[in-house]
Write a protein that binds this ligand. Sequence first.
Ligand code: UDP
Ligand code: UDP
Ligand code: UDP
Length: 463
Amino acid sequence: MSVSGSGSGSVHVALLPSAGMGHLTPFLRLASLLVQHHCQVTLISPEPTVSFAESELISRFLSAFPEVNQIQFHLLPFDANTANSTDPFWLQFEAVRRSAHLLSSIIPSLSPPLSALITDVTLISSVIPVTESLCLPNYILFTSSAKLFSLFSFFPTASSSASLDAEILEIPGISPIPKSSIPPLLLVPKSLFANIFMECSAKLTKLHGVFINTFEGLEVQTLEALNGGKVIEGLPSIFSVGPFMPCEFEKRDQLGATLKWLDHQPAESVVYVSFGSRTAMTRNQIREIGHGLLRSGCKFLWVVKDKIVDKDEEEELDQVVGHEIMKRIKKQGMVVKTWVDQGEILGHKAVGGFVSHCGWNSVTEAAYHGVRILAWPLHGDQKINAEVVVMSGLGMWVKSWGWGGEIVVKGEEIGEAVKEMMGNESLKTKAAEVKEAARKAIDVGGSCEVAFRGLINEWKSNN
Ligand code: UDP
Ligand code: UDP
Ligand code: UDP
């Protein structure tokens, strides 16, 4: 994006992300946009991180932006047994929440004084008391879709009216959400996820604003409903500042094997298969995917992951995928079990389609590059994001595959669906339209620039 209108450098913004690459990556992309807009930026980074991928990304970000100040936020130890979750990322969310009061001594020590603090959605209820006592404007960067944000905003109303028990959840102004698409843990009373959602949503109106990595070409109806006060009244301003583009500092493997392999494939012939940074598949399902990709007859680049946290990955690719399939696969595709530069891959001319779990960053990256999606949502917010994918025309979704782990989806079905997605001309046209809208949103005068200009002027005038 090109940036105009320089500032005096007097605007100082701190960012506090939560755990996992799906949160850290968009926070660092937002940080780099703020730097481009001449803001001084402080990154408050919770330590230690859950995954290697996070600590590596932070190092690369800080090397690329030496002007950014880092505060290592050392989390207080806490007894994981006292939180209702076994997910390592959610336990870290809770650890950050329980340490948030420490910010009341960290923030006043920052110089020049902060104009704003931008935190993760899961921190709202624990950070608001601090920012209120310091009279500091508090914003969040919501790292999922505007559609999930509308569910988040409406959640206390839905819970108190028992609307969550119905087969279809009606949220004013937006398309109905089937119960089967609601993140399963939201429907489990007292789960850590439901508790955090409820507590933070209740404090939403105390925020100064909400950044969402989205744009009208993806979620026009939802954004209009949110901004028009239809979902709930009294919401803070919503700034749609997406789609965030992958940044230079994220690249790990510029001349790597995956990109070299793609260089040798015909244009738009390859399907890229990845389920994000924290979604492990069972070994049976992995093997069915291998069979499915072979049956599809398409070229493919497949990232295999069988552990939630990268620190636990031990087995070799051959062991996970199976020796026999691996031998056959090599003729038709490339399979890796390492971190790949997804931004580069989705932008490569050889890539025509994406089998994705619909983590929101993956969806917006595909939108930015106009790559059509076969949605295979597995956990949490991913079915809600898959609905956005289908409604915007960016992709298709085989709903009968259910949540991750509910059934083992057979290779035959996977192969058919991949073939259909890759061969579907209308999806291809629609994905190209979404890409055009994405580029417009981040171009000069687009929604992203308008939002930043307005905010930075406001912050300056408050100084
Ligand atoms: N990602 C990547 N390489 C990988 C796996 C993931 O670059 O091998 C990036 C991907 O581009 C995205 C983020 O990690 O920016 C994953 O976020 P997403 O919201 O898609 O899913 P999550 O990992 O949170 O489930
Ligand atoms: N999980 C995951 N990636 C995610 C979200 C969840 O790998 O983005 C894992 C998480 O570690 C948890 C499991 O999936 O152990 C179940 O999550 P889910 O949301 O499906 O909850 P459930 O089906 O148990 O209600
Ligand atoms: N989640 C879940 N079960 C778990 C852990 C996480 O359902 O055990 C889901 C939760 O439903 C939420 C999603 O993880 O919707 C996380 O969404 P978010 O964008 O906040 O985080 P990410 O998956 O990108 O790390």
